[in-house]
Design a protein around this ligand. Structure first.
Ligand SMILES: Nc1ncnc2c1ncn2[C@@H]1O[C@H](COP(=O)(O)OP(=O)(O)O)[C@@H](O)[C@H]1O
Ligand code: SF4
Ligand SMILES: [Mg+2]
Length: 339
């Protein structure tokens, strides 16, 4: 049974659900260009519970990275601006706090691993220097304790011979090992939330699989919550408890992973699942869904998926579908769910 929840929701009691680590509510991040306002993130809401791994999936340009950068308050400036919404980390709104207060969270209680390790590592410093930075900055460690923590972090991400590797430079590492260094930098402060933005995209398939299972193991060991940004539904199936499907800057469906694979509600989610290659079956490749995602400066009215949707009705072209609840945290935005 679905229940419509687009009417004003009661303000959630921030302390009522002690299990929730992160609550993103109505987040809006726009790009202000000379010719247009691009709504890269347009009212995104989702939650991450303690110890939970939550996937953010969607085609390129759907707003996944901008959502994560907004949570960290690291949107590119000038150009992008967070113009609305709230991001609650336990009982503190990250968007409302001062930059100084934010330092107690960013890099310490929450860390982000970016897609390309090249941009996260500085070629002129040794790996040891770089991994020690968050230890000095956030944990305020000094002297021998810094090196002990660096070694601990390198061992945690299973870098062989850390005592040798610690004095080497990024170019002496393979792509997979570099990404582990970036993970070590992120994990060294034992953050409660790790945001991994397509961290395996630049790696080859075998190394990808190793990195994914490494993060999964680390998550299990430490109870860290993870936001996995990926276009790979295989990673979602393997690693995530919940998944948020994004399209044109909005979350169109949010559900437990088991449920979404068994009974996807949104036609876009179904299309994504249909395009996953299945062994022995001839299928379209992932994201070879007919048509293109819309350009943000030319969004169709109503549901932005309608030009590609096999179920589009008149109302879809006129009005954005309301949020229909499909369980405690589960919801979908589709007029079909209203039927
Ligand atoms: N530097 C930029 N300047 C203008 N628009 C941008 C810029 N970066 C991203 N965008 C816009 O924001 C949208 C979302 O981007 P992004 O969050 O990076 O997508 P994803 O991570 O899902 O591939 C893009 O479709 C694009 O229109
Ligand atoms: S609202 Fe309409 S166009 Fe959009 S996904 Fe649902 S059925 Fe398709
Ligand atoms: Mg991205």
């Amino acid at each position: 049974m679905s229940a419509r929840t687009d009417t004003v929701l009661p303000t959630p009691d921030k302390k009522a659900d002690a299990d929730i680590l992160l609550r993103v509510e109505g987040l809006k991040t726009y790009f202000f260009t000379r010719n247009a306002v691009l709504k890269a993130v347009d009212g995104v809401s989702f939650t991450v519970r303690k110890g939970e791994a939550v996937g953010l999936v969607g085609e390129s340009g759907s707003g996944k990275s901008m959502t994560c950068l907004s949570i960290m308050r690291l949107v590119p400036t000038p150009g992008a601006r967070i113009v609305g919404g709230e991001v609650w980390f336990e009982d503190a709104d990250l968007l409302a706090m001062s930059e100084q207060d934010l330092r107690g969270y960013r890099g310490r209680r929450m860390a982000m691993i970016m897609q390309d390790p090249q941009t996260s590592l500085n070629p002129v410093y040794t790996v040891g220097d770089q991994v020690s930075e968050p230890i000095r900055l956030h944990l305020k460690e000094r002297g021998e304790r810094v090196m002990a923590k660096v070694m601990e972090a390198l061992r945690a991400v299973r870098i062989p011979q850390p005592e040798v590797r610690v004095t080497q430079y990024p170019h002496q590492f393979s792509g997979g090992m570099r990404q582990r260094v970036v993970a070590a930098m992120g994990l060294t402060t034992h953050p409660e939330l790790l945001i991994a933005d397509e961290p395996t995209t630049s790696l080859d398939v075998t190394i990808q699989a190793q990195f994914v299972s490494l993060i999964k193991d680390l998550q299990r060991e430490s109870g860290t919550s993870v936001i996995w940004v990926t276009h790979d539904l295989g990673i979602v199936a393997q690693c995530c408890d919940r998944v948020n499907v994004m399209y044109a800057g909005r979350v169109v469906e949010s559900a437990e992973v088991r449920k979404i694979f068994k009974a996807p509600q949104h036609p876009y989610t179904k299309a994504l699942l249909d395009s996953v290659p299945v062994k022995g079956k001839k299928k379209k490749r992932l994201y070879q869904i007919d048509g293109q995602p819309p350009a943000l400066d030319r969004l169709p009215s109503g549901c932005p998926f309608w030009p590609r949707c096999p179920h589009a009705m008149d109302i879809c072209k006129e009005q954005y579908p309301p949020k229909t609840s499909a369980g405690v945290d589960d919801f979908v935005h589709c007029w079909l769910a209203e039927k």
